[in-house]
Write a protein that binds this ligand. Structure first.
Ligand code: FES
Ligand code: FES
Length: 80
């Protein structure tokens, strides 16, 4: 596991219907409010990835935090 990746929150994406607006995806894996940042990254060196969603759509947020295409799942979780 690369050291610049966060802690695994779950080995699967968070697939959900997302409303338009800005969403801060938790990159560190420590948030209690997955897949979103709750400020728990403080002191870890991680920062959330802020994604602007233009219209309501289904999103597969990476839950394992090891994706090569943050904040989205790219299938990397299957190899964990
Ligand atoms: Fe992280 Fe799929 S959940 S790559
Ligand atoms: Fe994980 Fe903010 S709590 S990036």
């Amino acid at each position: 596991m690369a050291e610049d990746k966060g802690k695994i929150a779950q080995k699967a994406p968070y697939v959900m219907e997302v409303e338009p607006g800005t969403h801060a995806w938790c990159a560190c894996g420590h948030s209690a409010n997955q897949p979103y940042c709750d400020g728990s990254h403080k002191g870890t060196g991680f920062k959330p990835v802020v994604e602007k969603v233009e219209e309501s759509k289904k999103v597969a947020w990476c839950g394992c935090k090891q994706t090569g295409t943050p904040p989205f799942c790219d299938g990397t979780h299957k190899d964990l």
